[in-house]
Ligand binder design. Structure first.
Ligand code: ATP
Ligand code: MG
Length: 581
């Protein structure tokens, strides 16, 4: 736990007019948040209508919705008008193929403009959209399409040949494969279909409870679950983007997440467009030099990224920034994994503003706990519940769920159900879904604690927490302490069985450039950790690695480190991206 507090006048130096957290929290109601949206003419609610048509109707159609940056230097500006017409066409194409409300349209495609048109066009038509990472292999692609009964897939010829053709005969329900480029057997080119239909479409009369998006979890703890969301989620997307990202229409906003995971959809498509910003979409993969370039050259004002990217930027060194400056950048936020205090302070040093960590899950559909824009930032803390969200730290036993109200008590992070973006099902896994709810709480599966000021601190996933000599050790605390050392770039900490202590702490470490792994550095790191954490919590062993195993959404897969350590089966690794070296 960091004892430092970044005061709000410092933290929110470039964030004007953000009302006080407590004031907004008291005044907030979901009903009013719903009333702030346009709604469909007939009284229904549709995400794509709020994201596009409502702006066009209000005369804002000429504004740039997407500034697309191609991998090879190409750029394309897409206005709200353009995207409205493209989504209308896509919805008409689905109609011409006989795809009806509630049927599933999938995508397997990089961050191209067509992805955004397909996503919102599908929602307009009343069908359900499920985006997949373009980097998935054939097995995960097949599993996801099977679970959600995919009727249509939007992809490219080359992705189709490599990832879908080998499993197509196992997908009897997949009726249409639409290609955004190239040709392949058994597929249809999308462009001629789009040209053949009208660019006018009347949005389907969806109701708030109608299904909208299907999102698979990251697979960090096991087999990914398919979380089903509804159109009403847009109420939360808009409200939370105001509170946790301080997003406003005049912003140039960059969410670095791929729509293949929920951040890239909730806050990489829906929320920014509903608010009416210009958003940057970068087709390329992570590259520190390119990222600094985009932040500076495009004049990004609000930036939403992930701890793994921040740590990689830190690893690349601030020297890379050179003469670039970021005078327009006024707000930075991070999600997906615990954000080490070191990274928050680094942000403050390099950009003059701290990173604002926030916490949520695929299941919650939107940000739940955040370092609200006008709040003091405590580096290492996830912040406080978003207005409209009631959170608690609870203990779950056979007798039931008990709230732990004493400050600093560690327990499961739980939420009172009822916010609009909550999942409505784990597809085809009703028992698993039901298990998430008990005694009026949604149980997150994460452990956390709340301090006396009401800030929440992530301790670890329930599965990852280590029990050693009577202590409950959260991997995050140990990882954050190690990362403070100049040599350390990334850390994954696990518990391994031990006869006397129950479990002992072992750390897998990657190093910054210029540091040599070896017994000397190991001794130094062990000493550093003991000094920071005390002997009971500090790791007993350190292993140096070039790389840690991570999911495609950038999360360290501690369960994989552990399975390998213990010689156990690796389990579902369909979302594994980078692996140990
Ligand atoms: P799976 O549920 O398949 O194991 P996952 O939980 O990683 O995968 P996501 O829904 O993408 O799938 O991620 C949500 C989880 O990510 C949270 O439950 C939490 O463990 C972690 N997380 C997200 N944001 C934060 C944060 N700010 N601090 C700490 N942990 C976070
Ligand atoms: Mg999860």
């Amino acid at each position: 736990m960091s004892d430092k507090i970044l005061r709000k006048d410092e933290a929110a130096a470039r964030t004007a007019n953000m009302p006080d957290y407590e004031v907004v929290r008291k005044a907030f109601s979901w009903k009013e948040a719903r009333a702030a949206l346009a709604g469909l003419p007939g009284g229904g609610l549709n995400i794509a209508h709020e994201a596009l048509d409502a702006h066009v109707a209000a005369g804002r159609g000429e504004k740039i919705a997407i500034r697309w940056l191609g991998r090879d230097g190409g750029r394309r500006d897409v206005t709200y008008d353009d995207l409205t017409r493209e989504t209308n066409r896509f919805a008409n194409v689905l109609g011409s193929l006989g795809i009806g409300p509630g049927e599933a349209v999938y995508s397997l495609i990089g961050r191209a403009p067509e992805l955004y048109a397909a996503a919102l066009g599908t929602l307009k038509s009343g069908a359900v959209f499920c985006p997949m990472f373009a980097a998935f292999g054939p097995e995960p692609v097949q599993a996801r399409m099977e679970i959600g009964s995919a009727k249509v897939l939007v992809t490219t010829a080359s992705l189709y040949r490599r990832k879908v053709a080998p499993v197509r005969d196992r997908l009897p329900e997949l009726a249409h494969v639409l290609l955004t480029d190239g040709e392949a057997e058994g597929c249809t080119a999308l462009a001629p279909l789009m040209e053949a239909v009208s660019d006018v479409f009347e949005t389907a009369p969806t109701k708030p409870e109608d299904p909208s998006l299907l999102h698979f979890t990251s697979g960090t703890t096991g087999r990914p679950k398919g979380a089903q969301h509804v159109h009403e989620a847009v109420v939360a997307h808009r409200a939370t983007a105001r509170f946790a990202l301080d997003l406003r229409p005049e912003d140039t906003y960059w969410c670095t997440a791929d729509p293949g995971w929920v951040t890239g959809t909730s806050y990489g498509i829906i929320a920014p467009l509903v608010i009416g910003v210009t958003m940057i979409v970068d087709e390329a993969e992570f590259d520190p030099d390119r990222w600094y370039d985009i932040l500076g050259r495009e004049g990004v004002t609000v930036w939403y990224t992930a701890p793994t990217a921040i740590r990689m930027l830190m690893r690349a060194g601030a020297g890379l920034i050179g003469k670039r400056r970021f005078p327009r950048l006024r707000f930075m936020a991070s999600v997906g994994e615990p954000l080490n205090p070191e990274a928050v302070l680094w942000g403050q040093e390099v950009f003059g503003i701290p990173f604002h960590d926030n916490w949520w899950q695929t299941e919650t559909g939107g940000i739940m706990i955040a370092n609200y824009a006008s709040m003091d930032v405590k580096p290492g803390s996830m912040g406080k519940p978003i207005p409209g969200i009631e959170a608690g730290i609870v203990e779950v036993t056979d007798a039931g769920v008990k709230e732990l109200t004493k400050p600093q008590a560690i327990g499961e992070l739980a939420l009172r159900p009822g916010w609009p973006s909550m999942m409505r099902a784990y597809l085809h896994e009703e028992a698993r879904y039901k298990k998430c709810f008990r005694d009026g709480w949604y149980l997150s599966g994460d452990l956390a604690m709340r301090d006396k000021d009401g800030y929440y601190w992530f301790v670890g996933r329930a599965d990852d927490v280590i029990k050693s000599a009577g202590h409950l050790i959260g991997p995050f605390e140990v990882e954050s302490a190690l990362i403070e050392h100049d040599a350390v770039a990334e850390v994954g900490v696990i518990g391994i069985p031990d006869e006397t202590a129950g479990e002992i702490v072992k750390a897998y470490v990657t190093l910054h450039k210029g540091f040599e792994p070896g017994p000397e550095l190991e001794r130094e790191l062990l000493g550093h950790a003991r000094k920071r954490l005390g002997p009971a919590v500090a790791p007993k062993a350190i292993v140096f690695r070039e790389n840690l195993p991570k999911t495609r959404s950038g999360k360290i897969m501690r369960r994989l480190l552990k399975a390998r350590e213990l010689g156990l089966p690796e389990g579902d690794i369909s979302t594994l991206e980078s692996d140990e070296k």
